[in-house]
Write a new protein. Structure first.
Lengths: 373, 381
């Protein structure tokens, strides 16, 4: 065997050994009729289901809401919420070759997916999830996104996800407030979980090709199952670059920069754009930092998220999600929060009330702050 | 001496050829009995709901164009070739419009109900009043609601309808002796428009009731395959056209009605405007229903469809363009050629539900298949 071929073979074998993740094809599969109706008419009846309570039942049928003679855009049988909801506790609905991730179960979910579940906020606890149109009404505690900076945008997009599609949010409400552009049939789009911004200028020609999207490696079953020992989990993208509210997402394409789109004050350079904004610096931090390196020294040395040491409860991002190394582990917003919702206030990933400094516990905050328990 | 000038009429070339007795009987009496039709017909006049035979014919439309055998062209010799659209034995080679065999054998979802009333649908799907016209409610309870309601003659029961003729004439305005060879092309193909009785007689059947707009748009135009697509291929097929008019009621005054315009006469809500918009969406916004009568886009996944597939046909952009063709073309030009109703459906009937041209249950996104929907949606497989 030629030397170059042996080298290539060695690299290939090593890649298998060290479980370098590969991008998974996520284009939907299955019968078109699972999601689409050509004319919204079958046997003299409408097919589209609208209203509240639409979701998949335990037999793979769309149920709830009411039949509507008004067709949906893109010939869809229901809305985003309807398709990604279930009347059961299941968070993956399988219909033939089609696996549908469920982010809103109308019964407490058995196994929430990586982004969490809207179940708890839908039950009426606004502290436990994003208030998304079609799932929950406007937040009773918050009139705008916490930490929101108005950066030339006076419309409601960055205030709430609970408004219906309308002129004030470019006809995108609810789910599409974050999942701005979807591409269910197109794996060539590089947007991680359809997390893409609106481009600049917003929704003008070419906005779909703008660089403001999150990158990362998607777990094939949305972390329905995880196994850090085999590398079975999402791989998020982070950075150590300093940025402020503006084009952080376009420049760095991290999951944290995406969150900054609405929660800008909690990120970035101190006192930008206003005094008191931002995270501060390491001496001192004024807000919990994100898009910073997880230090390799001190208490943080006790958390090695590479390989089997990865905590799906307190995950990290990576400078290069396809080639994770300890030195490039990044603290991100999702290290502590579930973006859809959780069973904890503030959408946290664990019960904050059990984080007792010196109490001898583990997990949660103590995954990184290993000596503070 | 008187000179007599004998005026010998020039015989017009006509669709039908052969002995008149193949189709007509002068008195319905021969050798002391009523005249019988050919041996293979599947229906006698009395078998058709609300029948009446007219024009000295030996049978109804359904009778003549049906067969108990499996062949879809009956050749009686001397030039008489009859396209069969209703076989009572599963047809071996259905013609372009499909076959009524399946609606009679499998059920109402498999074809238009021309002979008996649909047990599921009480009116044409998509035939509501959104346009301001009322195709499903002309005041007579029939016409656009059900092809099985159309009958000969007046009379209140069971379905009153002043249109004279059985179900077939809900769509077809027969003109068997019209000169349809004014634009004869090589290989027996012919461009037919209103002057020749209309492409496949798809003409203003409504004029028999009310010969004013909107019931009298121009006939559909197209190029007819001489074998009715019994043996289709990429360069052996009908040629359809879809006109640039927004919807059917504006068809009159133009040179020809598009094939999708014609379907919209009953299924108007499913028809697309070239500029998009209500009721099907489009025009820069999202489509609400599958578009028809619009150009197949030249970009993205649609650009891969460049060789004509007779199982997923396209229409040419207008009658003027089509009239310049020398015959069927095996080329599809995204950005010019059009998606039409018949791109997905068979007009008479098919072996698939909703009269589709393929089994929709086998169209699996991401399943790696081909054909059917994926002929145009080439990257969704």
């Amino acid at each position: 065997m030629r030397k170059s071929n042996r080298s290539l073979l060695l690299v290939f074998c090593l890649s298998i050994i060290f479980f370098i993740p590969f991008t998974v094809k996520a284009a939907v599969k299955g019968q078109c009729s699972n999601c689409h109706t050509m004319h919204n008419s079958q046997d003299a009846s409408a097919v589209v289901r609208g209203g509240s309570g639409v979701g998949w039942d335990g037999t793979g049928q769309l149920t709830g809401g009411s039949l509507s003679s008004t067709p949906n855009s893109y010939l869809l049988v229901t809305s985003c919420v309807g398709c990604h909801s279930s009347t059961t506790a299941n968070t993956i609905v399988t219909i033939g070759a089609n696996n549908i991730p469920i982010v809103y179960t109308m019964i407490a979910p058995t196994r929430p997916l990586a982004g969490g579940n809207f179940y708890w906020v839908a039950q009426g606890d606004d502290t436990k999830g994003h208030n998304v149109y079609g799932i929950a009404g406007a937040d009773s505690n918050l009139s705008t996104a916490p930490g929101r900076n108005i950066l030339g945008c006076a419309n409601s997009c960055h205030d709430t996800l609970a408004d219906p599609p309308g002129s004030n949010n470019y006809q995108r409400g609810g789910c599409q407030g974050c999942h701005v552009y979807t591409a269910h049939h197109d794996d060539t789009k590089p947007w991680y979980r359809f997390l893409k911004g609106h481009g600049q200028p917003p929704f003008q020609n070419g906005s779909i090709n703008y660089s403001d999207y999150v990158t990362g490696v998607e777990d094939s079953d949305w972390e329905y199952t995880t196994d850090p020992s085999t590398g079975d989990h999402n791989y998020y993208h982070g950075t150590t670059a300093q940025y402020s509210e503006g084009n952080g997402l376009g420049n760095y394409q991290t999951i944290t920069a995406f969150c900054q789109g609405c929660h800008g004050v909690f990120h970035g350079t101190p006192d930008v754009p206003s005094p008191g904004d931002g995270m501060g610096t390491s001496s001192p931090w004024i807000r919990h930092p994100t898009d910073i390196a997880l230090p390799t020294t001190g208490e943080y040395a006790g958390y090695d998220p590479t390989g089997a040491g990865y905590s799906t409860e307190a995950p990290v991002a990576w400078i290069d999600p396809a080639n994770p190394t300890r030195a490039e582990a990044i603290v991100m917003c999702l290290s502590c929060h579930r973006p859809h919702g959780s069973d904890q206030p503030d959408m946290l990933r664990w019960d904050y009330t059990t984080m007792i400094a010196g109490g001898g516990g583990s997990g949660g905050c103590f995954t990184c702050h290993t000596t503070k328990n | 001496m008187l000179l007599y000038t004998v005026f010998i009429p020039l015989c017009a070339l006509a669709k039908v050829r052969g002995p008149c007795s193949n189709c007509h009987t002068m008195h319905n009496s021969q050798d002391g009995t009523a005249v019988e039709d050919r041996a293979d017909v599947a229906f006698s006049p009395s078998d058709v709901q609300n029948y009446q035979v007219v024009n000295l014919l030996v049978n109804t439309c359904i009778g003549c164009h049906s067969s108990s055998g499996a062949s879809t062209i009956v050749d009686l010799g001397n030039g008489t070739r009859i396209p069969i659209v209703y076989n009572t034995t599963e047809p071996v080679k259905p013609l372009a419009g499909g076959n009524f065999y399946w609606v009679e054998t499998f059920g109402d979802e498999y074809g238009h109900n021309v002979r008996t009333v649909d047990s599921i649908l009480s009116e044409a799907p998509g035939g509501n009043t959104s346009f301001g016209t009322v195709p499903n409610d002309c005041g007579f309870g029939g016409c656009h609601k059900s092809l099985a309601s159309i009958r000969y003659g007046p009379g209140p029961d069971p379905l009153f309808n002043p249109i004279v003729g059985n179900g077939c004439i809900g769509c077809h305005d027969p003109a068997h002796h019209a000169d349809d060879e004014q634009h004869l092309l090589a290989g027996g193909y012919k461009y037919v428009d209103e002057s020749g009785g209309g492409y496949r007689f798809l003409n203003k059947a409504g004029k028999n009731f009310w010969d004013i707009p909107p019931h009298n748009p121009p006939a559909v135009a197209g190029i007819e395959d001489p074998d009715w697509e019994q043996n289709p291929s990429s360069n052996r097929h009908n040629e359809y056209q879809d006109s640039p008019k927004p919807f059917a009621p504006l068809a009159y005054g133009q040179s020809a009605q598009g094939i999708s315009d014609f379907c919209a006469g009953c299924h108007n809500d499913y028809h697309s405007w070239p500029a998009g918009g209500y009721p099907n969406g489009g025009n820069g916004g999202a489509w609400l229903r599958h578009p028809s009568g619009i150009e197949l886009p030249s970009n993205g996944e649609y650009g891969a469809y460049t060789t004509y597939d007779p199982n997923v046909p396209v229409a040419r952009k207008d009658a003027v363009t089509l009239s310049a063709y020398s015959g069927p073309s095996d080329t599809v030009t995204p950005g010019q050629d059009k998606v039409m109703c018949l791109s997905c459906h068979r007009a008479h009937g098919s072996p698939y539900k909703d009269m589709l041209r393929w089994d929709y249950d086998n169209i699996i996104a991401g399943g790696g298949g081909s054909g059917g929907c994926f002929t145009c949606h080439s990257t969704k497989n």
